[in-house]
Design a protein around this ligand. Structure first.
Ligand code: AMP
Length: 506
């Protein structure tokens, strides 16, 4: 099966694919589309970048076109659950693209923006609703949405959904759905808890899987540069001065880290934007749009904010911090070298991150080649680097409570004597130098890692990214549509970004 025409998809869908320039299905599409078109439940292991959105969107559009049923008032026929608002937007955009010659409406809803516009958009009913779980439940609780008419459920990035603590929301949502429905379940990884969930929600599912996460790393050229924490900022600025680096995604473990990097770049005269959970929705959308259209070449992101972001032409990924979860490394570097393009992933690794590097190499089953400092880069001395790292630690924005931590409170077991920054001050610039300690970095050793665990991953202590407080934006106004990347990035207020608004191309 090598052509879309072999599937028997509805003509309007094929026409949209032709216009999108898709020649042949990707492996996940080839495996998933035929059974999904037949109405089978599906359990797919695939990550963003494999074409999994079309793998569920195309058969869904096809199946919708088979009946002339209408969406119920305040209801929807297809419900797609996504862990983050960025991914939700992208999914809705894909439905708009692939369904441009069909009459179906879609709407995307997520937290962090005013709910009333979403309620208005849902009132007449929509064919396809893409939602993050928290906001979906809010809408149901306010009786602005009913899930009784759902014919097809898609659960996208199920592993991240669980990571973000959405399990209870998810269970509640599934209980509200009709028992007779088609369910399509996608996850980048399939640990036991995800497999258990799939078993619970799916009936006789077809299992499909594409390249396991570990092997995607093989396609990307990688380098690691050993650098003291205090040298990383200067190193990044030096690397980014190379004009050949035209679109670079920089990853940090924490939101504060991302802001710090942007500030540092700014001082070095390099414009960059940060995208993470503390940014307002309009800020995030502006940053993404600028990155997409090339007006901003450096986007600094946390893992959660970046997951699912699909930007073409990312020439470089820089891991300013190495992630403490090795799978995140593979997701990060997979942002470059997409669709067969060349890409380079450069990781900065300090002493305490060497254990993270070992975990990554174990997962990917490959050594990351060690590179020296780039030509012309004069690293700070160990003493200078330690001072820089310490001064960063003292910055006013770092003195406040960590996300999820109350003022004046430091969780038990995370006491750290004032001014002492374990490990990070030891610095080791020797490429290939042995780690300063033998074990895996522990919680409590790395303030940033602790910060992320408490703040970014645990909704019980601090909101996950997509549930940020309703944003008023810098202008003090609720988010307005506009500044949307491509055709739907700002659909978060429930505006129908469907095809009804668009004159079909002929
Ligand atoms: P996804 O994994 O759904 O995020 O898709 C990754 C990227 O691949 C998106 O930019 C899609 O537009 C693109 N894509 C999906 N399917 C195909 C295909 N069959 N041929 C070419 N590009 C595709």
């Amino acid at each position: 099966m090598t052509q879309f025409t072999d599937f028997g998809l509805a003509q309007p869908v094929l026409r949209a694919l032709d216009e999108a320039g898709y020649q042949s299905p990707t492996p996940i599409q080839a495996q998933a589309i035929p059974p999904a078109m037949q109405g089978r439940d599906l359990c797919g292991i695939a990550q963003t970048g494999t074409g999994k959105t079309a793998a569920f969107a195309l058969p869904i559009l096809h199946r919708l076109s088979l009946s002339d049923r209408r969406a119920p008032r305040r209801g929807c026929r297809v419900l797609v659950l996504s862990p983050t608002r960025e991914l939700a937007n992208q999914i809705a955009e894909s439905f708009s693209d692939y369904g441009r010659h069909l009459p179906y409406t879609n709407t995307v809803v997520f937290g962090g923006v005013t709910i009333s516009r979403q309620e208005r958009a849902l009132a007449p009913g929509v064919d396809i609703l893409v939602a993050t779980p928290g906001r979906l439940i809010d809408l149901v609780d306010r009786r602005s949405l009913t899930l009784e008419g759902v014919e097809i459920l898609v659960l996208d990035e199920a592993d991240q959904m669980l990571d973000l603590g959405f399990i209870h929301a998810l269970k509640r949502i599934v209980r509200m759905l009709p028992g007779k429905r088609q369910s399509l379940f996608f996850s980048a990884t399939m640990p036991k808890n995800i497999a258990g969930l799939a078993e619970q929600y799916l009936t006789d599912p077809v299992q499909v899987a594409v390249t396991p996460v570990a092997t995607t790393a093989e396609r990307v050229e990688q380098q690691v540069i050993f650098a003291h924490t205090g040298a990383k900022q200067a190193l990044l600025a030096h690397i980014l001065r190379d004009p050949k680096i035209d679109r670079v995604l920089v990853f940090t473990r924490t939101k504060h880290g991302a802001d710090r990097v942007v500030r540092g770049l700014d001082k070095a005269g390099i414009a960059g934007a940060a995208i993470h959970g503390n940014k307002s929705q309009p800020q995030r959308e502006r940053a993404l749009a600028a990155f997409r259209d090339g007006s901003c070449r450096v986007l600094v992101a946390t893992d959660i904010a970046a997951r699912g972001i699909d930007v073409e032409g990312v020439s470089h990924v820089v891991n300013f911090d190495l992630p403490n979860v090795p799978e995140s490394y593979v997701h990060r570097i997979g942002r470059t070298a997409r669709a067969g393009a060349d890409g380079l992933a450069i990781s900065f690794c300090n002493d305490e991150e060497k254990a993270y590097l070992r975990d990554i190499e174990r997962l990917t089953r490959q050594k990351v080649p060690v590179a020296g400092f780039p030509e012309g880069f004069v690293p700070p001395t160990r003493q200078e680097a330690a001072e820089i790292a310490a001064s960063e630690e003292r910055r006013p924005d770092q003195r406040g409570p960590r996300p999820g931590q109350r003022q004046g409170q430091r969780p038990q077991g995370q006491q750290r004597p004032q001014g002492q920054r374990p490990q990070a001050q030891r610095g080791d610039h020797r490429p290939g130098g042995r780690p300063a300690f033998g074990g895996r970095p522990q919680e409590g050793r790395n303030p940033d890692a602790r910060n992320e665990r408490r703040g970014e991953h645990r909704p019980s202590q601090g909101r996950p990214e997509h549930q940020a407080r309703p944003e008023r934006g810098p202008e003090g106004r609720p988010q307005r549509p506009g500044n949307r990347p491509r055709n739907g990035g700002g659909g978060g207020e429930g505006r129908a970004i469907g095809w009804l608004e668009r004159a079909p191309r002929s």
